[in-house]
Design a protein around this ligand. Structure first.
Ligand SMILES: Nc1ncnc2c1ncn2[C@@H]1O[C@H](COP(=O)(O)OP(=O)(O)OP(=O)(O)O)[C@@H](O)[C@H]1O
Length: 266
């Protein structure tokens, strides 16, 4: 794919997301209008239960939206077959069960599944994509290890490598920094930024690491009870969008340090 700053990879129009339970359809968020471009790193931010995972599942095509449309590279997501979707979007779910008995190489090779023949045999091109993903995520030394031997931080890098090997224009990750220490949280988000720039992919991830997202991401999708907006961290700060994200009794957004801070006074 060519590096083109105006290459729109994902567009939602008047999207309403939610779920169905025994009592009927429940709406979680509506009027979601977002447009994202190639090479952008985008964080989805919002309080617990606001609908971040539901939004990611909806734009990945694994959960049906209530209404509105989702376009991936100018194609309606609903009209894509599973295979066509897998060639456009890769999804990394932190709590997804994976077979930890696989070696790192085997797990990354699963990223090529949408392209391999029915025997699952890897072509030369598949092998190159896998090798490239291993190099980009700096996990060469882990290649032959079993996944159960890995630390959470290492496993996260391997899952990211699998998504890179899948070679889709869009990569979506749900809370890729969960369970990681401060250093490894920063490491993973910086890695995602590097990958977005080097591979011209759109990378969208949900996270509670707001201070990190403000420092590193190109854009933030900010989900709040009454609206969902997308903008650069600078614009969100200047329009005071972060001010009422949390109840004000404990935490406030400090414009000077561009970070949320805990109130110390009683
Ligand atoms: N299938 C479902 N059945 C019942 N409730 C659901 C279902 N899917 C989502 N919800 C509810 O919808 C709301 C949004 O959930 P979601 O997981 O998308 O939020 P989130 O922002 O990702 O939360 P968190 O930050 O805690 O991970 C929550 O109240 C959740 O309980």
């Amino acid at each position: 794919m060519k590096s083109n700053p105006l290459h729109i990879t994902l567009k939602t129009s008047n999207l309403e997301i939610g779920y169905q339970d025994k009592n009927g359809i429940k709406s979680i968020a509506e009027k979601i209008n977002i447009e994202v471009q190639a090479s952008e790193l985008i964080a989805v931010i919002g309080i617990n239960g606001i609908g971040k995972s539901t939004l990611l599942r909806s734009i990945s095509g694994i959960q049906k939206p209530i209404s509105g449309s989702i376009e991936i590279e100018n194609k309606n997501l609903q009209e894509l077959s599973d295979l066509q979707r897998a060639a456009r979007i890769s999804l990394v779910l932190t709590n997804q069960p994976i077979s930890k008995n696989l070696s790192v190489f085997e797990l990354i090779a699963l990223g090529r599944q949408p392209y391999t023949n029915w025997l699952g045999k890897l072509s030369k091109n598949d092998a190159e994509k896998i090798e490239n993903a291993i190099v980009l995520t700096s996990i060469k030394s882990l290649k032959d290890r079993k996944c159960y031997e890995l630390s959470d931080g290492q496993l996260q890098r391997v899952l990211i490598a699998r998504a890179i090997a899948q070679d889709t224009p869009i990569i979506i990750l749900d809370e890729p920094t969960t369970h990681l220490d401060m250093y490894h949280k920063a490491y993973v988000v910086k890695l995602l930024k590097k990958l977005a720039k080097q591979t011209q992919k759109t990378i969208i991830f949900a996270s509670h690491e707001i201070n990190l997202a403000i420092q590193i991401c190109d854009k933030i999708i900010l989900m709040q009870p009454d609206k969902c907006q997308i903008n650069t961290p600078e614009n969100l700060i200047s329009t005071r969008a972060f001010q009422d994200l949390f109840p004000k009794d404990l935490i406030h957004f400090d414009k000077i340090s561009r970070a949320f801070r805990i109130k110390n006074e009683d």
